[in-house]
Design a protein around this ligand. Structure first.
Ligand SMILES: [Zn+2]
Length: 94
């Protein structure tokens, strides 16, 4: 629409929004990307991270000793997920 619309066409991540269903090619990722208003987010300090987790945002591992975010859905606390801080910021910032 605007004159700048073409400048970000090569950056896929710039178009991602934290809305379920916007990732048609990655069903699991769509399910993993929650509404930020429906979750609690807790920052995990590096010294608290003692296990390896898989980040739903990039499908890579979060190694022990890495500060990251725990995202807990209000309605399903048992479905909490661990995200890289950068990945969580990427999907929650539009
Ligand atoms: Zn990640």
């Amino acid at each position: 629409m605007s004159a700048q619309s073409g400048s970000r066409s090569g950056l896929v991540t710039a178009t991602l929004e934290p809305v379920a269903g916007v990732f048609p090619r990655r069903k699991n990722l769509a399910e993993a990307a929650p509404d930020p208003a429906a979750v609690d987010v807790r920052h995990v300090q590096p010294y608290e991270a003692t296990k390896t987790y898989r980040c739903p945002g990039c499908d890579h591992e979060i190694n022990p000793g890495t500060g990251h975010e725990v995202v807990v859905p209000h309605r399903a606390p048992e479905n909490r997920r661990h995200w890289h801080s950068a990945c969580w910021r990427r999907i929650t910032r539009s």
